[in-house]
Design a protein. Structure first.
Length: 327
């Protein structure tokens, strides 16, 4: 039994997260790099499509095709993100419990149950962020009502003259004033609900339970530790933001120096490569912390440390947690 199977405070969980990340960096970064690489390829294909459509001066009639491509790209990103989170949770569970783990085993273990993991993420995300998504739809309805045609498909139009319709602009301003406090409420609601379902993926991956049960498990296990999970999320976001600023400084400099000009495709490609580096380095940290919170709550509420010690002694049946190679 690993010595880490005991109740941990926030500082100890953060230390354990850093320790696991440091000692298993090739494993966690390798898993993240596989999925971040696929994500990078999808984004590069999207940029290639923009080049074929004549970016930045694209035909207005092609705005729907670019919108469809953006939606498809988002779906691919969500698919890959789901794989990455589940695979990292599996690898963290193995390493935290002292079991061997490999990139191939962790990545391959999530494929048979990919649909379940994605559905858990979809349901949890919908319950948390549906109000905010509805407000975004309302905002874009207002924007489409007052902005020039082609504004979202042709960057050149952005720098054109604004619509000469004072009443429409006033109506848009009033609409945004009404939506602003609703946005704040929706964001707070989304954060609280996300914390409520934050342990659903670790529970689903480790216990191999269906979606409904995983969400219920998360609600139960996360109770009493959501504030600590929120702190973890803030710290990871701060690290991601700092690294993003460092790697994104050339793009920020270009945007300031060439204000009013669309970003060249070459710089956009470099921007995606920078995002690949950030996702590879930072992506596993949050998954690691969440998995540790999952085990910590099971120890506090269910005596998982005693259960695991009995399993290690062969007194009870031990679930299949070892990193066997996928067939």
């Amino acid at each position: 039994m690993t010595q880490q199977l005991r109740p941990l405070n926030l500082g100890e969980i953060l230390d354990r997260t850093a320790e696991l990340y440091r000692t298993n960096f090739p494993l966690f970064a390798g898993i993240a790099a596989i999925f971040a690489g696929v994500m990078l390829a999808a984004q590069m294909l999207h940029l290639a499509g923009l080049a074929l459509l004549g970016y930045p001066q694209m035909d207005r009639r092609l705005q729907w095709s670019t919108a469809v491509a953006a939606v498809l790209e988002l779906l691919v990103i969500l698919l890959i993100a789901g794989l990455s989170v589940a695979a990292n949770c599996r690898a963290v569970a193995w390493t935290h419990l002292g079991e061997p783990a490999t990139i191939r085993a962790a990545s391959g273990s999530v494929v048979p149950r990919l649909r379940r993991y994605l559905w858990v993420m979809t349901v949890a995300s919908f319950r948390a962020w549906a109000p905010l998504a509805a407000l975004y739809v309302a905002m874009f309805v207002i924007l489409f009502a007052v902005l020039p045609r082609g504004f979202f498909s042709n960057p050149v139009v952005i720098h054109g003259a604004p619509p000469h319709n004072p009443s429409a602009l006033i109506a848009a301003g009033v609409g945004f004033l009404i939506l602003a406090p609703l946005f704040i409420i929706a964001v707070v609601y989304g954060i609280l609900m996300s914390l409520r379902y934050s342990l659903a993926i670790p529970a689903c991956v480790v216990e191999e339970i269906p979606t409904k049960q995983a969400l219920k498990r998360s609600v139960e296990l996360s109770r009493g530790t959501r504030g600590r999970i929120f702190v973890l999320g803030l710290l990871v976001y701060a690290v991601r933001l700092l690294l993003g600023i460092v790697l994104g400084f050339p793009f920020i400099f270009f945007a300031i120096k060439h204000r009013g000009h669309p970003l060249p495709l070459g710089l956009m490609a470099l921007q995606q490569i920078a995002a690949f580096i950030v996702n590879t380095l930072i992506g596993p940290i949050y998954s690691t912390g969440l998995t540790l919170f999952y085990f910590d709550q099971r120890i506090r509420k269910e005596g998982f440390d005693i259960e695991w010690m009995m399993q290690a002694a062969g007194l009870v049946h031990q679930p299949e947690l070892s990193a066997t190679e996928p067939s």
